[in-house]
Design a protein around this ligand. Structure first.
Ligand code: NAP
Length: 260
């Protein structure tokens, strides 16, 4: 408990009494966001495709004294999405925050040689699943609730080796605006666009010292991002500190070139 008290004094308790769902949250950025919301007082519902990963992540967060509940949810599975929302409402009675974090990048093929099945998968998981999850959640969202969608710096300038992935992240910038319009004034909708964050998903960023150093040098701050950097931004947007912000995307990329 002493450990949590130390963190509390540094990061506050903005989510006391709030219920937060984070998708794809058993490792990496999603896990860090779940942990941050929990440290700030939220009851956190974590999820991902594999029961074993869910159980391990729940255990880690419980060991830190956090209120956490785990549900298996492959975001493109309709029954899983239904379960995630229903089990959350059965356990905690409401939903205040949803962080939509799941994404895949299954191909490095150029766009003109990417299989249709891969294009469909990218659209389904990276874009469509957010809309379908929110359709399911909408009746339970409280006044003052908040959605945070995890986009990417790649959305501003899709790179050749992950072009269609980048395009799905561009779509999330538009989706954030469209959902913000539709869900106001009850619910705010914003996005975080991470830069380079070495996780399993982005292991290529640090595949050797040369590549790592080159990526660090591309940033103004001279370092790669951490899941905790992303969690701080997501928690800000989800919190009442951002109560007059909706439809916006916060780039958290150490100054990587993005937009004016
Ligand atoms: P990560 O560390 O590899 O974690 C991926 C998580 O997603 C795992 O918990 C995994 O658990 C879960 N997952 C994978 N597919 C899923 C699905 N279909 N449904 C539900 N859960 C699923 O990845 P990350 O780097 O944190 O990425 C998180 C988000 O940040 C993604 O939206 C990504 O596009 C974005 N992003 C990352 C970077 C970066 O540099 N890392 C940069 C920009 C944007 P299971 O295996 O148990 O499902």
């Amino acid at each position: 408990m002493a450990k949590i008290m130390d963190m509390e004094t540094k990061i506050g308790r903005r989510f006391e009494g709030k219920v937060a769902i984070v998708t794809a949250s058993t490792q990496g950025i999603g896990f860090a966001i779940a942990e941050r919301l929990g440290l700030e007082g939220a009851s956190v519902v974590i999820s991902s495709r594999k029961q074993k990963n869910v159980d391990e992540a729940v255990e880690k967060l419980k060991n830190k004294g956090l209120e956490v509940f785990g549900v298996v949810c492959h975001v493109s599975n309709a029954q899983h999405r239904k379960d995630l929302i229903q089990k959350t409402v059965d356990k905690y009675g409401k939903i205040d925050v949803i962080v939509s974090n799941a994404a895949v990048n299954p191909s490095v093929d150029p766009l003109l040689r990417t299989l249709e099945s891969i294009l469909d998968k990218l659209w389904e998981i990276n874009v469509k699943a957010t809309v379908l999850l929110l359709q399911e959640a909408a009746p339970h969202l409280q006044k003052g609730s908040s959605i945070v969608i995890i986009s990417s710096i790649a959305g501003y300038n899709p790179q050749p080796a992950m072009a269609m992935y980048g395009v799905t992240k561009t779509a999330l910038l538009g989706l954030t605006k469209a959902l913000a319009t539709e869900m106001a004034p009850v619910t705010r909708v914003n996005a975080v666009a991470p830069g380079f964050v070495p996780t399993n998903f982005a292991a290529y960023i640090t595949k050797d010292e040369g590549v790592k150093a080159a990526n660090e040098e591309k940033t103004l701050l001279g370092r790669l991002g951490t899941p905790k950097d992303m969690a701080a931004a997501a928690a800000f947007l989800a919190s009442d500190d951002a109560c007059y912000i909706t439809g916006e995307t916060l780039i958290v990329a150490g100054g990587l070139p993005s937009r004016l």
